[in-house]
Design a binder for this molecule. Sequence first.
Ligand code: SF4
Length: 827
Amino acid sequence: MAPRLPQAGGDWPCERGDRCNNPAAPPSPLAALASRGQTGAMEFFPEQARARLSIGELASFSLTGTGGRPGTAGLWRTRLGQQWHEALREPGAAPAGTRFEVAVEGSLHWKDWQIDLQGRIDQLRDEEGRTCIREVKTTLDALPVPDEDLMAAHPGYLAQLGAYLRLWRNAHPESAAPPAGELHFIDASSGISQILRPDPETTAAALDARLDELVAFLDARGAALARLRELPPPAAFPSLRPGQQGVADRLLAAIESHRTVLFQAPTGFGKTGLVLEAALESLRRGLFRRIVYLTGKSTGQLEVARQLAALAGDPPGFRFRQIRNKGEHCINHEFHCFPEVCRFLDGIEQRWTPAAFRSVLNQVSFNPSLEEVREAGRRETVCPYEITRSSLPFQDLLLGDYNYLFAPGSRGVILDTPGFDPGETLLLIDEAHNLPGRAAEALSCALDPRRLNATYHDLAASSAHPRLLHAWEQLLRLIDTLGPTESLAAAAEDDLADLAAEFARTAENHPPERHRLRPPAADDLQEVLRLAKDAGVPSFPRHGWVDTNGVVRLTCLDAADWIREVLQPFAATVLLSATLGPTERFARACGLGETTSIDASAPWKFGAYRTIIDTRADTRYERRRAAVPLTAATLARLAESLGPPVVGFFPSYAYAGLVLEQLSSHHPLHRAVLQPRGADLAGQAAFIEESLVLADILLLVLGSSFSEAVDGLGGRVRAALVAGPSYPEVNAIQRARLELRRGAGRETAFHETYRIPGLIKVNQALGRMVRAPGQEVAIVLHCRRFAEEACRSLLAPDLATDAIAVDDAGFEAWLAATASAQSSITQ
Ligand code: SF4
């Protein structure tokens, strides 16, 4: 029987013939989900010991990365491959009678599993009565090289050929002669061909090795899914606070019936715990097979990891892994990931075998620390990041930064994880109010002429092809002609894009030796290639401008289409935050279609804030300096009347610096401190802890980690002052965003561009002041703009107030009443 074109349904040819139990539709709760997510990834039916995937997926299936993962480099190679495949279809380029792109499908049985496969043979021909199967592969290796070297470097290609040969043989038992197989390699830069005819034992062994790895994975995942079913119902909290009752059940019902759920609850409510409880219950019930939990800040991840460890129990009932970035894993003398300069990568395929992986798994703990993984990397002489990546397929929950899905260059870390299928995955996005901004950042790029110039010299020193050098020089010349401007002319932007595309095209034919470039130069190259086109990213509104340092910036103004594209394949998504802002506006900014919302409130938060709007101050940018003495005096009065520590929140570091100077010169008895720049997580927490003990007044910047991520302030501050509603700075980007939204009307455009982002920062910061019942804090909203109805309507409900100070007497009266109320509570 000849191979046949794939048909819809489950009627596939099978080695087992009549003995095969091959139902068309798997009886699993996931069947319902299959229609919700669209994915081309492997399908896996553990109840029937059956998996379905493409031959390409099988050939590259490798838990240790030795099969060659498709990624950015893979996409580049894919484009090259397409060009060569087309060229080889030209008349005379292949032997007469050759058929191209021949569809093939069938089943293989391996260690109790039925593996259903489908693919396309590049070229098929009859040669002296024997079928010959040829696969065409482009390579960046300079050909010719010894056949053995080529085979050793590409075990996945051998496995792919092996799969075609075996399927063909199974489908043609009557054929006297087994089919012959060829690998036709083409050197991408020179076009030189090299044809390999590996012996059948070699291709069969390569295929068997892949099947072994696949089946080891399927066994492990099958066992994991069975284990998940046996989990006791998860409970995030031993007892529930007022407001928490029933929220996990409502969340579970929402994700069962909706693709997109918005979950809003105040800081301190227990959002993370409740959403994890609902998500783990959905795994237990078989609604999903995996969870991905993304956060915008690494501080948030630590808290989620802590809660997960508590929920997992001992022994752990499920597996999770926090994905740290590659730089944190690095143990090489420099962070430059090329085999030529990193011994932990050079020849890794010989050392990082399935056996070595199993041995490492036995040596590290359930959720190993970064240092444990780095130590294992030193022991095995294997890049620790590869160890982490190899462990990802076995996790029930992956925890990481937004970038692992939303940054085009990093998203392969999750999406290319072997066996990962978004269509059976529940995606949880924490601090989701940050998502539109972070996704836009991931699509923006910056070209610094000084760095590009240094990269030119690096390229020249690495003997890059003259055409590549020329393309880079053209780009550099154009950038040199662009002076600082708030808005690049459309023609200049087009020229930039054209020259970047020209460089990308040249780089495809004359690839640079990236390992010979310094790490910053390799990054610059990547930035220009991204400007040429991020693969798979839909077009988006972008604003070009040049800053005062001559850096050309192409800033994404609206990432809604991109966010929609990223979320679309997932079975369901929950976006959670304390402050999504108006939900219709948030849904629009994320390109969301139909959503369902759950808004939870914490009754104990009402009354915890004693708030006044202080209209004595005008903190608009042009009036700010004049208001500094009043702002400093108000902070000093808060510390005197209510007692230290007092926190002042400012829209910018410079503004906070002015107030610090004023406090030092006019209120020297109050020790004031300003948040340090560039502190890491531990440094930020240490600063907060020390300042709460030693300082009277802490000055923090709204929107920074100090106001949105460090939890140490909750319940430990007597009063907080917010110097203005923190509207974004008026600059070229905000003006461009305003212009983009102008169609909705001037007031709406202003509201969405300035007020909403500003008030989200204010609500975020103040929400963290009260994290548990019984805590309370006095709040001074220190600017007359807070009294405008449009601004007040955006304040969190628990901050709402009728108290307004229009003069010093009014403020002092409120202060006296607040001091009295606080002291009665303290007593
Ligand atoms: S491959 Fe790993 S160890 Fe080597 S430079 Fe990159 S991150 Fe560091």
